[in-house]
Every structure is written in structure tokens, then in C-alpha cells.
Design a protein around this ligand. Structure first.
Ligand SMILES: Cc1cc2nc3c(=O)[nH]c(=O)nc-3n(C[C@H](O)[C@H](O)[C@H](O)COP(=O)(O)OP(=O)(O)OC[C@H]3O[C@@H](n4cnc5c(N)ncnc54)[C@H](O)[C@@H]3O)c2cc1C
Length: 291
């Protein structure tokens, strides 16, 4: 099908985009890579009066390192993140997750900001932002707001973004020295959305675990930080037995629902299995062993 008619605007600055959004109220949609929005238009599941295209605003794209964080513009293409040396060296979890987003043509157009704003519960980037407790920088007529993942992701395909706001940047802490991370997911075919995905980051301190971070995607309406499972690792270390205990706890913490892709029980089981796998790989990487 073809999309319903809409007006098209291609502003050259963020200010111009914000003015357009204000004028249209709830009637406009921002266009980033179009990889989620255009199918919605074509199926007529979205019928905006206008599209405000962000692709001609260069200041919205780019990756830089500042104060121990990566600052990533919302319009940065997924393909750019996949190959950026800064991401590979400073935040390998983000690079690994990116390789699992859809297929090459999707990553070539798709943006990190578009994925976060779309807030598919099975998407990789929301889980990465959740596990790192990153900052989502939002600009609107009243100025800038900085939201944490727990505030930003509200429910299925729903965020705290207001209709007159633009997600402009994501700030993610870089991987601490001596840490290891892994992103594990299960999908029916390579490139499909995950049924369940797990992001893990651990930092060992001798026999102890100095820091553990875990988050799940596809196991609830939003990405879920698995804090009670993290606490097991930070308290009891990174032995095989503790990793298994954390995986069991993770499976209790998620809130999966049954749908056409998988039952809730299957998603819970995947959470258990993938958490253990992700932790095994993250632990090995933290010890300098490539996996
Ligand atoms: C076949 C297929 C397979 C896919 N597989 C996966 C997958 O495995 N994992 C995955 O994560 N994704 C997958 N995707 C989705 C893909 O990653 C999209 O790129 C992503 O969801 C949306 O990014 P986009 O830049 O294309 O945004 P768009 O489609 O342009 O926009 C998506 C939504 O976000 C809003 N938006 C965009 N940018 C902003 C902004 N800066 N501020 C506020 N609102 C904004 C838009 O208005 C729209 O509502 C798949 C897509 C397809 C078609």
C-alpha cells in the first residue's frame, strides 16, 4: 500500500524542526531513518498530517567522547555505530548489539534515535541504554530535558517524548577498565527482531565482582534492568554457581507476555538461558579472553 497524503518538511536546523512541531501539535511525525515509520505509513497504521524530516540537520549526528561518556547524536546511523572505532574500543557492548539490529540496508538508514524513540520492547538499543543507565537528551520548546531509561521508556512503543519534542542525543558511560560485556539474543532468523535479548556487563575485582549490569529486551513492555540479579553477582562474585543463580533470578524478574512469536513461559526460559550465556561471555572478556 501507499501512505496517506502528508505535508513534507525538511528543516535545516533543530530550531526550525521544533517550530514546525509546535505548529502541528500532535499531527506531525518526525522522520529519521524511516525503517519503522515508513512501514507504519504504508500500512496506514500512522496517518500524520505532516512529516518533519530530521535528515538535513547535521548537528543531530555524530559520536564524541567526553568526560568518560560517549555522546551520540540521535541521527547517527546504526551502520556508523557498527564501524566506529570509538564505539568498538570504548563501548563494545553497543557495537555488538548494533550488529544484531535488522539487516545491513536497515542499519544503513536506521538511526539510534529512531530506534529509541520507536521503543519496540524487543529492540537492542533500548536494552543497551537501560543496562548502562544512559541519559536521553530531549529538546522541546521549553528547553532541554535529560531522562533516564526508566523515565523514558513508558510501555510498548511508548516513550515520555512529547509531540513537540525531539530526542537529540544519547549519553552512554564508556566501559570501565577491566570490564567485559556481551549481548545475547534469540531470534527465529538472523536479522529478525529478538524474541528475548540480554545485555550484560561485569567488572571483576580479583575474586569479587565490582560491578554487574543486566538488562532484558523482549521480556516485558519496556527494557528491564535486572537489578536483583546484578546484586547476586556483586555480593557473591562471578563463579559458575553465582552466574547460574543470577540467571535464575533474572527469569523471575521479567514480565513477559504471550504473543504470536512465543509464549510467556518460553520467554522466561530464554531469559534464564541467555542471561547465563551473556554472563559467561562477559566474564571471559573481563578476564581478557576473547569469545
Ligand atoms: C525488516 C526490519 C527488521 C528490523 N529488525 C530490527 C531489529 O532486529 N532490531 C531493532 O532494534 N530494530 C529493527 N528494525 C527497526 C530499525 O532498527 C529502525 O531503524 C528503528 O526502529 C527506527 O529507526 P529509524 O531511524 O528508521 O526511525 P524512523 O522509522 O524514522 O522513526 C521511528 C519513530 O521514531 C520517531 N523518531 C525518530 N527519530 C526521532 C527523534 N530524534 N526524536 C523523536 N522521535 C523520533 C519517529 O517519529 C517515529 O515515530 C527493523 C526494521 C525492519 C524494516
Amino acid at each position: 500500500m501507499k501512505p496517506p497524503p502528508f505535508e513534507y518538511h525538511a528543516p535545516r536546523s533543530l530550531e526550525e524542526a521544533l517550530t514546525l512541531l509546535q505548529g502541528y501539535g500532535e499531527e506531525a511525525k518526525l522522520l529519521a531513518g524511516g525503517q519503522s515509520l515508513v512501514p507504519l505509513l504504508n500500512f496506514r497504521l500512522a496517518r500524520p498530517a505532516a512529516l518533519v524530516d530530521l535528515n538535513r540537520i547535521p548537528s543531530l549526528a555524530g559520536i564524541r567522547e567526553e568526560d568518560g561518556r560517549l555522546r551520540i547524536g540521535a541521527m547517527t546511523r546504526q551502520r556508523t555505530l557498527e564501524f566506529a572505532p570509538l564505539v568498538r574500543d570504548r563501548l563494545p557492548l553497543l557495537q555488538e548489539a548494533t550488529t544484531l539490529v535488522g539487516h545491513l540496508p536497515i542499519r544503513t538508514r536506521g538511526t539510534i534515535g529512531g530506534s529509541l524513540a520507536h521503543a519496540d520492547p524487543a529492540a537492542e538499543y533500548p536494552a543497551v541504554v537501560a543496562v548502562l543507565d544512559g541519559e536521553l537528551v530531549v529538546r522541546g520548546p521549553a528547553g532541554e530535558r535529560i531522562l533516564r531509561p526508566a523515565e523514558f521508556f513508558v510501555s510498548y512503543l511508548t516513550t515520555a517524548l512529547r509531540p513537540d519534542e525531539v530526542l537529540v542525543e544519547v549519553r552512554l558511560p564508556m566501559a570501565p577498565a577491566g570490564s567485559g560485556s556481551a549481548f545475547e539474543e534469540f531470534s527465529r532468523r538472523a536479522g529478525d527482531f529478538a524474541i528475548v535479548a540480554i545485555a550484560a556487563l561485569v567488572q571483576a575485582d580479583g575474586d569479587r565482582c565490582h560491578l554487574a549490569r543486566l538488562a532484558a529486551a523482549g521480556a516485558g513492555p519496556t527494557p528491564i534492568r535486572l537489578q536483583a540479579a546484578e546484586e547476586i553477582l556483586e555480593r557473591d562474585g562471578l563463579s559458575d554457581r553465582t552466574l547460574q543463580a543470577a540467571a535464575e533470578r533474572a527469569a523471575e524478574l521479567v514480565e513477559p507476555e504471550s504473543d504470536i512469536h512465543a509464549s510467556a513461559a518460553y520467554r522466561r526460559q530464554l531469559t534464564r538461558v541467555l542471561t547465563r550465556r551473556a554472563l559467561l561471555r562477559a566474564r571471559a572478556r573481563s578476564q581478557g579472553n576473547p569469545t
